[in-house]
Design a protein around this ligand. Structure first.
Ligand SMILES: [Zn+2]
Length: 287
């Protein structure tokens, strides 16, 4: 090799090393950003706080289904609905596998005692719920509230890689990730309006975010009372095809007291409530 050629090769090696360093530094920087986010929002038990999406396309409740469901009562049900139901109302934002978020909605952040972030506008109702639960003998803990789209994407990627490392095929890893973790733009935790709650008693006996929490007296208290503070049980039993998620006795969503009262009275999912409102508007406008 000539002296000139040798110099060229040496320059190229330097360039490659330099490019490699830039990539590595970039990765380190990114993972530490994720860590600090995790620290900020996960000071309570390190439980997996992910939704469990059901499979298949979501069913949309049409006029026929609503009539079949409420029968002769439908007129009365419509008359009892809150007067103004604006789907653009910050409390009524719908997020599911068909209504994806482009970005997190803007909100002023408040924090639970556990360090979980949520929309400050619901602070009064949240604190009232917590205080009344405590007075009734239930020490509720917020396991998860706001999670950014970015951190949800990171959770999914991490879970996918864990499955690959366990020897699963790419297809299998993808299928399992989809079965247990909501797509990043389909999780309503990104709105700052969703909460995963368990009781301290449940945690003390080793309980986690699973169906059996429904047997904990605190879960029953929440199911009976959360609506009084504006929160609804979001992923109902037997409504998986409409909400797109499995039943989750721990996941509550803020919609405000007036909407929650009606939703609770008729045992609706948020999807059905908004559908019913749309139906009423159609009936009113005579179409
Ligand atoms: Zn949740």
């Amino acid at each position: 090799m000539t002296g000139e050629g040798f110099k060229r090769v040496r320059q190229m090696v330097y360039m490659i090393l330099l490019a490699g360093m830039v990539v590595v530094l970039g990765l380190v920087d990114q993972s530490s950003a994720f860590e600090s986010h995790a620290k900020l929002t996960n000071q309570v038990p390190a439980l997996k706080a992910n939704e469990r999406p059901s499979q298949g396309k979501l069913q949309v409740a049409g006029a026929d289904q609503l009539e079949a469901r409420f029968g002769g009562q439908l007129d009365q049900v419509l008359a009892e609905m809150p007067d103004s139901i604006d789907p653009k109302d910050w409390r009524l934002i719908l997020v599911n596998r068909q209504a994806l978020l482009d970005k997190e909605p803007d909100f002023e952040a408040a924090q639970t005692p556990e360090g979980q972030v949520y929309d400050q506008r619901l602070q009064g109702d949240l604190e009232a719920l917590m205080a009344d639960a405590r007075a009734a003998g239930y020490d509720l803990r917020t396991i998860s509230a706001f999670r950014s789209i970015e951190s949800q994407a990171y959770n999914r990627q991490h879970q996918y890689e864990t499955y690959l490392n366990q020897g699963k095929s790419k297809e299998e890893a993808e299928r399992m990730t989809d079965a247990y973790i909501a797509p990043e733009r389909a999780t309503e935790h990104a709105t700052g309006l969703a909460f995963d709650w368990l009781s301290q008693a449940w945690l003390d006996q080793g309980g986690g975010l699973d169906d059996s929490f429904v047997e904990d007296p605190a879960a029953q208290w929440l199911a009976d009372n959360a609506h009084k503070y504006g929160f609804i049980l979001r992923y109902l039993k037997d409504r998986e095809a409409i909400t797109g998620y499995e039943f989750e006795p721990w996941h509550y969503r803020y919609v405000g007291r007036e909407h929650a009262a009606f939703i609770q009275r008729y045992g609706l999912s948020l999807e059905e409530y908004l559908q019913l409102a749309r139906y009423r508007d159609q009936v009113k406008s005579g179409s």
